[in-house]
Ligand binder design. Structure first.
Ligand code: HEM
Ligand code: HEM
Length: 281
């Protein structure tokens, strides 16, 4: 893999930043706020930031780059699809619970719903995320979608996935600012809570930036599988198409079989990218 060390350094940094962001969200609600609870009060609201930072930011970020981990290139594509879809499903569930928490909190206190830009962008992201998840399952996981449809939808899937992720980060930043403005009477005097939570925002932005960088480098993309390459006389995968490997786990696969270090696979990938076509589906 070209730039393997760089990839590894970015991955470790992203995982560290994401993990610290989750810990900071917990420290915030336990140290500075009312902790966690499910009673219609402030402790119920606090599930909102904790669950979105954990699920919608951290777990979604990992789900986005999971295909790019080079040691998984020897695993079957099907297995990786299950992992990608599974992580995204967990993120979705946590996001929904966090929505329930904030709506219940508002209703219990007679606070109006859906009045802020934060809530508009946030709910839009949740709705498109569920659509993305549904279409992802229907088109790329179930075996019914015809190959031309998969090929046509893949660039849209990648673009909309990244766009939703950016919208989630933006929404998190707006939410953080709103919460500090609502709950701190002296925000402008930079009390410790404000500084701490502003830093949480910085962590989230930096995590998002690293994920987007890793997910947008063409040379770090998962190479096409051998099983697809042998379908054509010249050994190349059909344009924008890849068959499922018969491998179901990572244990019996030889690295070279999966094109782990294959320059040819990399070059083919670049060509497909230039044509605006995803090589793997
Ligand atoms: C409210 C979504 C992150 C703070 C809301 C509402 C939605 C939403 C849909 C409206 C609830 C209602 O009207 O009853 C999201 C999404 C996030 C996110 C998708 C993903 C990142 C955050 C974070 C915080 C936060 C990290 C920080 C504490 C708030 C606050 C409200 C709220 C204070 C109530 C005020 C308002 O409606 O704008 N959020 N949120 N949110 N959220 Fe978030
Ligand atoms: C690739 C997002 C759900 C199948 C991608 C990529 C993103 C993304 C950003 C580009 C990754 C890369 O370039 O390495 C999402 C989001 C989802 C979701 C946000 C949920 C809301 C699904 C589901 C499936 C799926 C349910 C079904 C298996 C795929 C496939 C790829 C992909 C096959 C191509 C991987 C490759 O290039 O080798 N997804 N996805 N996605 N996704 Fe999803």
């Amino acid at each position: 893999m070209e730039g393997y060390r760089r990839f590894l350094a970015l991955l470790v940094s992203a995982l560290l930043l994401g993990f610290v962001a989750v810990v900071c969200s917990l420290v915030w609600v336990f140290r500075y706020r009312e902790g966690l609870g499910w009673d219609g009060g402030a402790a119920e609201f606090n599930w909102h930031p904790v669950l979105v930072v954990t699920g919608f930011v951290f777990i979604q970020g990992i789900a986005i780059i999971v295909y790019r981990l080079p040691w998984t290139w020897k695993c079957s594509k099907l297995l990786m699809k299950f992992i990608h879809a599974g992580l995204n499903t967990i993120a979705m569930i946590l996001a929904i619970v966090s929505m329930v928490a904030v709506f219940e909190y508002h209703n219990a206190r007679n606070i109006p719903n859906m009045y802020s830009l934060h809530s508009w962008i946030g709910l839009t992201a949740v709705i498109f995320y569920s659509l993305q998840l549904f279409l992802g399952f229907a088109v790329f996981l179930l075996p019914f979608a015809p190959v031309p449809l998969r090929a046509a939808l893949m660039p849209i899937h990648v673009y909309s996935g990244l766009l939703i992720f950016v919208a989630v980060i933006a929404s998190a930043l707006m939410g953080i600012t709103e919460k500090l403005l609502f709950s701190l009477s002296a925000y402008s005097e930079s009390p410790p809570e404000a500084i701490f939570v502003n830093c949480l925002g910085l962590l989230i932005v930096t995590f998002g930036a690293l994920i987007l960088w890793m997910a947008s480098r063409p040379h770090w993309k998962r190479p096409p599988e051998e099983s697809a390459k042998v379908q054509r006389p010249n050994g190349g995968a059909p344009e924008g198409v890849e068959a499922e490997s018969t491998m179901t786990d990572c244990s019996n696969a030889d690295r070279s079989d999966a094109g782990f270090n294959s320059d040819a696979a990399r070059k083919r990938n670049f060509k497909l990218d230039e044509a605006g076509q995803r090589s793997t589906m």
